[in-house]
Design a protein around this ligand. Structure first.
Ligand SMILES: NC(=O)c1ccc[n+]([C@@H]2O[C@H](COP(=O)([O-])OP(=O)(O)OC[C@H]3O[C@@H](n4cnc5c(N)ncnc54)[C@H](O)[C@@H]3O)[C@@H](O)[C@H]2O)c1
Length: 273
């Protein structure tokens, strides 16, 4: 254990099973000296494995549907009671697309499902911050993070309505980050992570090809969830106090690339050039 987050109190959303990015972040934060509570949607607690992580980290699990304001209020109040004070960091690691789940193509979206997707994957981030703000639950210089993907800026064919969800999520980080920074010195950022083989990630059609493409495009290769967890811990720490309202790429260099030699070679081989 080291001391990067010693004495800090955090809430981690979205650990479903040991592949989840939030699972790794929770482990890393506790390793770095933090005390945390864990939360997920009630339905996810029934079929996920969060109880195992809770026991391992001696962290209390508090069910909350992130789209439900009452659940969020109870979660945050209870977390402050359990952890013994205001919250220093929060991870929003939540994503779900109804249209992707039900195999609806992007050119034929069901709009009720789309609203649900936005509510779960993006509006929940605003709701979370609004409840934290109203309860005055964050410590000064606290840090709030959401996880995102580069489909917010660039087109990826099978990412569907999640692309707009991520654009909205990133925009909330900027807009709420302004208000939270000004009045409470709380920072808000999003981390744009490489493709990662998790339940949510693998639900995108053709994930394995997508993953390999990204791996070949990124000079450092795809960033792992363990590395993402370390980055989150740094962003929760006092070492990054003046970073706010940013979308931070944690992607092995992918976001700066046009074409890599590795992809060029694959195309030459396929086309027999
Ligand atoms: N896996 C990737 O390739 C990748 C890449 C970049 C960003 N991300 C983002 O990382 C985050 C975490 O996803 P992951 O890849 O670890 O997958 P995951 O499936 O392990 O996590 C998604 C979590 O969202 C939770 N969730 C869904 N609806 C909820 C609700 N109403 N209330 C509370 N929680 C709810 C699920 O229970 C689950 O724990 C997501 O925002 C995802 O978009 C993932």
């Amino acid at each position: 254990m080291s001391d990067l987050l010693k004495g800090k109190r955090g809430i981690i959303f979205g650990a479903l099973d040991e592949r989840s990015i939030a699972w790794k972040v929770a482990e890393e934060c506790v390793k770095q000296g933090a005390k945390i509570t864990l939360t997920n949607a009630p339905v996810a607690l029934r079929f996920g494995q969060l109880d195992i992580l809770g026991k391992q980290l001696e962290a209390e699990i508090i069910p909350a549907d992130a789209t439900n304001l009452d659940d969020l209020e109870k979660l945050i109040s209870r977390s402050m009671e359990i952890l013994g004070g205001k919250i220093d960091f929060v991870l929003h690691s939540i994503g779900m697309s109804v249209n992707i789940r039900k195999n609806r193509p992007y050119t034929n979206l069901n709009y009720d499902w789309m609203q649900k997707t936005y509510d779960v994957s993006a509006v929940s981030f605003h709701k979370l911050m609004q409840v934290l703000y109203k309860l005055d639950a964050m410590s000064e210089w606290g840090s709030i993070l959401g996880l995102t993907y580069i489909a917010a800026q660039r087109v990826f064919p099978n990412y569907s309505e999640m692309a707009e969800s991520k654009s909205l999520l990133e925009s909330y980080a900027r807009s709420f980050g302004y208000h939270y920074g000004l009045s409470k010195k709380v920072r808000v950022n999003t981390i744009s992570q490489s493709p990662t083989a998790t339940t949510a990630g693998s639900s995108v059609e053709g994930f394995n090809k997508f993953y390999t493409y990204s791996e070949k495009m990124s000079p450092l290769g795809n960033a792992t969830s363990d590395a993402c967890a370390e980055y989150c811990a740094v962003m929760f720490s006092d070492m990054t106090r003046y970073v706010t309202m940013q979308n931070l790429y944690h992607d092995g260099g992918f976001s700066s690339m046009g074409l890599s030699q590795a992809i060029f070679d694959v195309i030459c081989e396929e086309e027999d050039i």
